[in-house]
Design a protein around this ligand. Structure first.
Ligand SMILES: *Cc1c(COP(=O)(O)O)cnc(C)c1O
Length: 217
C-alpha cells in the first residue's frame, strides 16, 4: 500500500532529510494517496505528466523537476515547479532566468553533477560545477541552492557510495563560495537512499519503493 510505504519511509528518515516522491508514470490518484500519507514534495520527470498531476493537486505540495529539462519546455515548467533539480548547462539556466523574470518569480535550482564522469549521462562534470554555480549566483531570478546527482544507474546499491561521497565533497567545497548558500544535496533513490543519507544527502528521491504495491505473504 502506498500509505504504508510512505509512512515507513518517512519514519526511517532523519529529521533534516526531505523526501521527494518520484512520481513518473503515476496517476494523480496515486500521488494524492502519497500526499495524504505525508508526502509534501512531488518530483516529476516529464512536463506533460507534471501538468496533469498539477492540475489535479495544485499548490498544496512543492513540485521539483527531476528529469532532463529541454529549453523549449522551460516556459511551461517555471509555472509549475518550485525547484529544478537538474540544471546542467548555462544555456538552460539563462532560459530559466528569462522565463522566471517574465513571471516575477525566483526559482530554486540545483546543479546536476555527472559524478560518474560518464559522457552519456546528463549532468555537469565535477570540475565544471563551481564555474556554473558562480554564474547562476549572478542571475536575479535563480536561487542556486545545491547539487543533485544520479550516481550509477545499475549495479549493487553499494556501488553508488563512492559517487555520493565525491558529490558530498564537492558540495562541502562550495560552502566557501561568496554569494551562494548551498543547502541541499539531492542523492539516492529507492535502492540507494539510505547509503546516500549516510554520505550526506538531505534530499532523497524515492519512486518504486514508495508507489509499488507489494504482494503480501
Ligand atoms: C525515477 C527517478 C527516481 C526514483 O527512482 P526509484 O528507483 O523508482 O526510486 C529518482 N530520481 C530520478 C531523477 C528519477 O528519474
Amino acid at each position: 500500500m502506498i500509505e504504508e510505504n510512505v509512512k515507513a519511509i518517512l519514519a526511517g528518515l532523519p529529521p533534516d532529510v526531505l523526501l521527494v516522491a518520484a512520481a513518473k508514470a503515476r496517476t494523480a490518484d496515486e500521488i494524492k494517496r502519497a500526499i495524504n500519507a505525508g508526502v509534501s514534495i512531488i518530483g516529476e520527470n516529464y512536463l506533460q505528466e507534471a501538468e496533469a498531476a498539477y492540475a489535479a493537486i495544485g499548490r498544496k505540495v512543492s513540485w521539483h523537476f527531476i528529469g532532463h529539462l529541454q529549453r523549449n519546455k522551460v516556459k511551461k515548467a517555471v509555472r509549475i515547479f518550485d525547484m529544478i533539480e537538474t540544471v546542467d548547462s548555462l544555456r538552460l539556466a539563462v532560459k530559466l532566468d528569462e522565463e522566471c523574470a517574465r513571471l516575477s518569480k525566483v526559482i530554486s535550482v540545483l546543479v546536476e553533477v555527472n559524478s560518474g564522469l560518464e559522457s552519456q549521462k546528463t549532468g555537469v562534470f565535477p570540475q565544471e560545477v563551481e564555474g556554473l554555480v558562480n554564474k547562476l549566483a549572478s542571475m536575479k531570478n535563480l536561487k542556486v541552492e545545491g547539487l543533485m546527482t544520479m550516481g550509477p544507474r545499475s549495479g549493487e546499491p553499494e556501488e553508488a557510495r563512492p559517487y555520493f561521497t565525491e558529490t558530498k565533497r564537492l558540495f562541502d567545497r562550495l560552502q566557501n563560495l561568496p554569494n551562494v548558500r548551498m543547502r541541499y544535496l539531492s542523492m539516492g533513490m529507492s535502492n540507494t537512499y539510505q547509503i546516500a543519507i549516510e554520505e550526506g544527502a538531505n534530499i532523497v528521491r524515492v519512486g518504486t519503493k514508495l508507489f509499488a504495491e507489494r504482494d503480501h505473504g
